[in-house]
Write a protein that binds this ligand. Structure first.
Ligand code: NAP
Length: 237
């Protein structure tokens, strides 16, 4: 049975990935940080194994990977965990900036660094990183979020080049507006406007994104690496 680690698997897109991979025969390690209750409920429902770690903390990441290694090597890594925040650029503090980058990109670095030796040893592996349309096109009042998600794109392309000869595929999903708690703060009017700006005239679902992650982890995508794939309903073309 292949082991997969999904960071931020307790809610939203990560939780949909936990369900998709669990029902398709993977041993899923469901990482969470704050949402213990929903992580454990989802673990009970799917048979996934919950593992708590703040991905921006190197000691916690090391403990998480040591725990997973008790079950064997990791074949697939989904770097999904992330945070967003909307603020005028002039209101973004140094702490806001550091927190955004600590979780959205340093966390990805720490987890990937801990998992990669497994894949290099096996000469195979799939890494799927989560960016955003805002990492491609930039969002007003989200400069720190957009910059951190643009960094994910550079990270993906560079790592794909470096690890291709080791048989490792590294790709990036850059979703458009997906119906999760990350957008829960938006009022109905803003949600309607976002849908109207989307050619397919709706938000995406976490399940649709999880199916793309599953494809990128499957042998069907063996010739795809270093790509930024954006399920966004046509919002950014
Ligand atoms: P969400 O519903 O807010 O869930 C975020 C997940 O990340 C939670 O499971 C949370 O875990 C986890 N997380 C946050 N900080 C963490 C940390 N320090 N350590 C470990 N886990 C942490 O978000 P989502 O909408 O599913 O988004 C998932 C990914 O897609 C993110 O990278 C996001 O930027 C990206 N994305 C989302 C959208 C969208 O419209 N929803 C669009 C583009 C890109 P806990 O609750 O357990 O702390």
């Amino acid at each position: 049975m292949k082991n997969i680690l999904i960071t931020g698997g307790s809610r939203g897109i990560g939780a949909a990935c936990v369900k998709e991979f669990s029902k398709n025969g993977f041993r899923v390690f469901l990482n969470y940080n704050n949402s213990e209750k929903s992580a454990k409920k989802l673990a009970d429902e799917t048979g996934a194994i919950p593992v708590k770690a703040d991905i921006s903390n190197s000691d916690e990441v090391k403990k998480m990977i040591d725990f997973i290694h008790g079950y064997g090597k990791i074949s697939v890594l989904v770097n999904n965990a992330g945070i967003a925040e909307q603020k005028l650029f002039s209101d973004i503090s140094e702490n806001d900036w550091d927190r955004m980058f600590d979780i959205n990109i340093k966390g990805m670095f720490l987890v990937t660094k801990a998992v990669l030796p497994d894949m290099i040893h096996e000469k195979s592996g799939k890494i799927i990183n989560f960016s955003s349309i805002w990492g491609i096109s930039g969002a007003s009042c989200e400069v720190h979020y957009s910059a951190s998600k643009a960094a994910v794109i550079g990270f993906t392309k560079a790592l794909a080049k470096e690890t291709g000869l080791s048989g490792i595929n590294v790709n990036c999903i850059a979703p458009g507006v997906i119906d999760t708690e990350m957008n829960g703060h938006l009022d109905d009017e803003t949600k309607t406007e976002l849908c109207q700006e989307t050619p397919l005239n709706r938000m995406g679902t976490p399940e649709e994104v999880a199916k793309l992650a599953y494809f990128l982890a499957s042998p069907d995508s063996d010739f795809i690496t270093g790509q930024i794939i954006s399920p966004n309903g046509g919002f950014v073309i």
